[in-house]
Design a protein. Structure first.
Length: 227
């Protein structure tokens, strides 16, 4: 591949750009056992174990032990049986009690941290959460994720795709050099932070060899009819 060749790209108008999220983003969350949840005004994405943890934290009554359950273990197994093992350890049972107290506390309540504690106990792997935000004040939600699959960069990818705050560009694939943005024909690429750098990496060229036409708004022209 010729690294010195010129690469041309034109930006798709933001109102017409498509996020990869619309194609397969939420399906990846299902595979990874991650969730977006918390803002009832925006679409959320959860998985079955997540729902069980939230319902258990809200509904389990530890006073039921001795009344309806013979032990704390029995109650937990009824609500949130652990994945790929049979029972909880005594230490894990104590952690579940702390999670319930944190979820239901009148003062110092932190339901998101409690959910992460519950997911960690049930799934057998560490969970954390992060608030993700878009462009508007109302554009926010919480992302719950297993820490072995999502680092800061991957959380940023989820945030960008979910709120569609990246950019979509068309990269020229024809052999002829385009004379204007209207001549650019090729494939579409979604970029997250630096269009020139990310397109260069995709094409295997140096960033200085990428020629960009950025979207710069719409222009109105007059239209006439003979009467």
């Amino acid at each position: 591949m010729n690294q010195k060749r010129k690469v041309y790209a034109v930006q798709i108008a933001p109102e017409y750009q498509d996020s990869p999220w619309d194609l397969f983003g939420y399906e990846q969350l299902e595979i990874d056992k991650a969730a977006i949840w918390g803002n009832c005004k925006l679409k959320g994405y959860t998985f079955s174990e997540f729902i069980k943890v939230v319902e258990a934290l809200g509904n389990m009554d530890w006073d039921d032990v001795g009344k309806y359950y013979d032990s704390k273990q029995e109650m937990l197994l009824d609500y949130v049986a652990p994945i790929d093992r049979d029972v909880y350890t005594d230490e894990e049972i104590a952690q579940w009690k702390k999670a319930c107290d944190l979820y239901n506390a009148d003062y110092g309540r932190n339901e998101r941290q409690a959910i992460c504690m519950g997911l960690t106990l049930m799934m057998g792997k560490e969970y954390d959460y992060r608030q993700i935000s878009g462009c508007c004040q109302s554009d926010w939600n919480y992302f719950f994720y297993p820490t072995d699959l999502y680092d800061d960069k991957m959380v940023r990818v989820v945030e960008t795709e979910y709120f569609n705050t990246g950019e979509e560009w068309t990269v020229h694939e024809e052999n002829t050099e385009p004379e204007s943005p209207n001549d650019v024909q090729g494939y579409s690429i979604y970029v997250y932070d630096d269009a020139r750098k990310e397109i260069a990496e995709s094409e295997g060229v140096e960033p200085e060899n990428v020629i960009l036409w950025a979207f710069d708004g719409w222009r109105r022209t007059p239209k006439y009819q003979q009467i």
